[in-house]
Design a binder for this molecule. Structure first.
Ligand code: ADP
Length: 473
């Protein structure tokens, strides 16, 4: 089957968060299972773009309202990622440094989607399935079904995966003319609460909708930034498929970013060496448990609770532990977390920014990973932590609920709490500090978690079954 993934991100070409990891991995597994998987992304000026060779695949043009654009589709020449990667270049619109957060993101991503559909519409054959990811690509099923120029694609099955339902790509009705001439009888498919809502439109128009974990699917019917009713109505075509992790990239035995590679058999010594490097680099105390946080500092991740939770942990439990924080996002949270570097020298440190290498070193060297998320559609960090023998401390939400069992429960191995509150985080830190003192228990949990199989094989097969089920309709 030929599967076309369309996404704003794809690791290692361009990454902001978990979306990139998924789109950089799932197609590779689909390819290995004997399918033809291709990924189409907008052009971003990334290192990967400049470090690799590209060939021109197609040139075209289209109108978007009163604007006219030429576009070029280029293809990465050497199949570096294990699947064909295509990049859509629209001069002046898509060739930017950052992936998101430009004032004209609506124009950028609408134009990107038009270019993708316009290109596919000119193929001599039809793809087996078009799989779009998040709101940046969610207008594509509508365009394939209701734009006059592309209606011959209406029989091609489409799947929308929601990696994050909080962002929906809202655009005013004044921009409805951006969408290539479409059947205005179908305006209701674009609309949600009197605005064009690309994510809602994708949910209505795609043949199947998936979320990145089963629990997140359930949660969206109760809490979906205004789309709860829609998810309840469309429940029958929605399903949750848990993300996997790329076990070739995230492998403590082969990871080139970490100081000392290790496996289950020498995990204790291996983790100690990696911890020592981190503690030396960040002036932390090797003898104490090391808690890390890696991620975007935004409300969804509840990073705003960390300063108070860490302060409270130090005042209630004493300086029995270390913290190391890596991330960026909300400037006030960044500022508070950085300011604490001076207050707790020797026990606490933070680095603001994005650092892939350091993140690997932290998964490898830490004892515990903090994930107090308010919303977590799937979450990859906890799965990376498990593979590197680091015990995740998570709030029971979304994918965290589906992948971590509290060590107090049968077969449990993590630390779970119910509410995204300072108290719950501090209490969980306390539990972790006590667990750390029980060396035998720690050793057995580390052995247990490193064996957990969160690889893509199972999930990738679920997607294939899903595609096949629509093709038979
Ligand atoms: P989300 O996509 O919501 O940000 P996920 O848990 O799905 O969250 O994926 C986050 C990914 O981004 C993980 O691979 C994590 O290691 C990585 N990551 C997040 N912030 C940083 C950072 N500051 N430096 C390095 N890697 C980061």
């Amino acid at each position: 089957m030929e599967i076309i993934h369309v996404s704003a991100e794809c690791y290692p070409y361009a990454k902001v968060g978990g979306l990139a990891d998924v789109v950089g991995t799932l197609p590779k597994y689909q390819q290995q299972a004997g399918h033809v998987a291709k990924v189409v992304v907008p052009m971003h000026r990334t290192k990967f773009l400049y470090d690799n060779e590209w060939t021109v695949e197609h040139k075209g043009s289209f109108n978007m309202g009163s604007l006219y654009f030429d576009y070029t589709i280029i293809k990465e020449k050497n199949n570096k990622l294990g699947f064909d990667l295509y990049c859509v270049d629209i001069y002046g619109l898509l060739d930017r440094e950052k992936v998101y957060t430009y004032d004209d993101d609506t124009e950028r991503f609408t134009a990107f989607q038009i270019a993708v559909v316009d290109w596919i519409a000119q193929w001599e054959h039809r793809p087996g399935v078009v799989h779009v990811h998040d709101h940046h690509t969610a207008l594509i099923p509508f365009m394939m079904q209701h734009c006059f120029a592309y209606r011959h694609l209406s029989g091609v099955p489409t799947v929308l995966t929601i990696h994050n339902g909080q962002y929906q790509g809202w655009m005013g009705w004044d921009k409805s003319n951006y969408i290539p001439a479409w059947d205005t009888w179908q305006w209701g498919l674009l609309d949600w609460s009197n605005t064009i809502n690309p994510l809602a439109c994708g949910v209505k128009c795609a043949d199947r909708v998936t979320t990145v974990s089963p629990s997140y699917m359930e949660e969206l019917t109760e809490n979906a930034n205004g789309l709860e009713q829609l998810f309840r109505m469309e429940r029958m075509k929605c399903t949750g498929i848990l993300n996997g992790i790329d076990t070739q990239v995230w492998d403590p035995e082969k990871d080139t970013y970490i100081l000392d590679n290790f496996s289950i058999s020498d995990a204790e010594a291996g983790k100690q060496l990696n911890k020592k490097k981190l503690c030396d680099d960040f002036q932390l105390d090797m003898e104490k448990p090391l808690f890390v946080y890696i991620g975007r500092m935004v409300g969804e991740k509840a990073a705003d609770l960390l300063p108070q939770a860490i302060n409270d942990a130090f005042s209630h439990i004493g300086s029995k532990m270390n913290f190391l924080i890596l991330g960026s996002g909300d400037p006030s949270v960044e500022e508070q977390l950085s300011a604490m570097n001076k207050g707790y020298v020797g026990y606490y440190n933070s680095q603001i920014g994005y650092n892939e290498k350091l993140s690997h070193q932290m998964y490898a060297g830490a004892d515990f990973l903090l994930m107090p998320s308010r919303v977590e559609p799937c979450g990859l960090n906890q799965m990376y932590a498990l593979r590197y023998g680091t015990i995740p401390i998570v709030r029971r939400t979304g994918g965290l609920k589906d992948t971590v069992i509290d060590f107090g429960e049968p077969n449990g191995y993590g630390i779970c709490f119910n509410y995204a509150t300072v108290w719950d985080i501090t209490y969980s830190i306390h539990r972790a500090v006590e667990l750390y003192d029980d060396k035998e228990k720690m050793k057995s949990i580390i052995g247990q978690i490193m064996k957990i199989d969160n690889s893509w094989e199972t999930s990738s097969e679920k997607y294939i079954n899903l595609y096949q089920s629509i093709r038979q309709i």
